[in-house]
Design a protein around this ligand. Sequence first.
Ligand code: ACO
Length: 354
Amino acid sequence: AAMTSGAARERLDMNAYRERLEARLGKSREMMRVVLNKAKSNPKRVALAEGEDEKMIRAAYQMQEEGIAEPILVGKTTTILRKAEELGLDFDPTIANPRDGEWDHYVDRLYELRQRKGVTKSEAEELVRRDSNYFASVMVEVGDADAMLTGLTHHYPSALRPPLQIIGTAADANYAAGVYMMTFKNRVVFCADTTVNLDPDEEILAEITKHTADLARQFNVEPRAALLSYSNFGSVTNEGTRKPRDAAALLQGDPEVDFPVDGEMQADTALVEDILEGTYDFAELDGPANVLVFPNLEAGNIGYKLLQRLGGAEAIGPMLVGMDKPVHVLQRGDEVKDIVNLAATAVVDAQEEE
Ligand code: ACO
């Protein structure tokens, strides 16, 4: 009898789990639908630096079929066409092959941008022809593509460096940062920085907060930002807790900031309305935070992964913010749906640049 009731309980647990899973996917689908619809209204050219990768080819097919983006596969034409055929994909992809002769103006541009950073003309030639992350970065920089995706087959830092060097940050930005959108049943939070800045100071934290709030608005989410720490509003004072506190102060004094922001605070303070309205009723937040800015890369990277693996959140990202043009560096092992989702966010980003 004990066994039966155990099995029954397990079934009940499974059903409850499935319901929760459905509800959660419902939210993330709803969030992505906003972006996918925006993307389809005016699709943009997205350079896929790893154009010979099968997942990239499948993602390109899907983007093109669904009208989300106009993909440009960077790579060897014969390889891409052969793989597309093997995959049974009936499409005529746009391909840019760095090895064939037409890219002298890319070499010139890369040389122009990097000659005072130690790059010689022949090195520029080598980078354009042999390193598709440089090729795609130049393609976006000169305006032959509107956005860029990479990272599936590279370590994150090595895929990130070329776009940082060639495309660089936006006019109103000094630092790029990686944001994950985490969706739960009835809730969505944007986590930053999860992938770029190792030990940001208060200025960098403030900048990351602004870019992340802008990104939230692209998903039709009104931002409420918390600078996270292990301390609540001065309960512990040291260099580590000072930075998020000073970042919050900078943002509160910034006339351009038109969203509620506060800190430093602990994660539960940021997320639990009762704590915010009880003990810390003086806080600027009028509801639980949905933009969570972590004090450093360890906290941010570990934090979002815990939310994903233990908290059961669906993760969309990392979305690179602060760049002059939309660039997203995927994680190795990401799936076709992740690529398509990030391409859609890049398209929306590109639309807003117009
Ligand atoms: N924002 C914008 N531009 C930057 C940043 C930044 N945060 N950091 C460096 N740059 C620029 C530099 O100004 C430089 O430009 P320049 O050459 O025109 O002057 C260019 O990028 C390259 O800078 P380097 O100093 O050569 O690069 P660095 O060694 O600092 O590397 C990098 C930069 C790759 C971002 C590094 O900070 C890094 O490795 N960060 C951590 C990445 C990581 O491991 N993430 C976690 C894992 S990823 C994951 O889980 C998805």
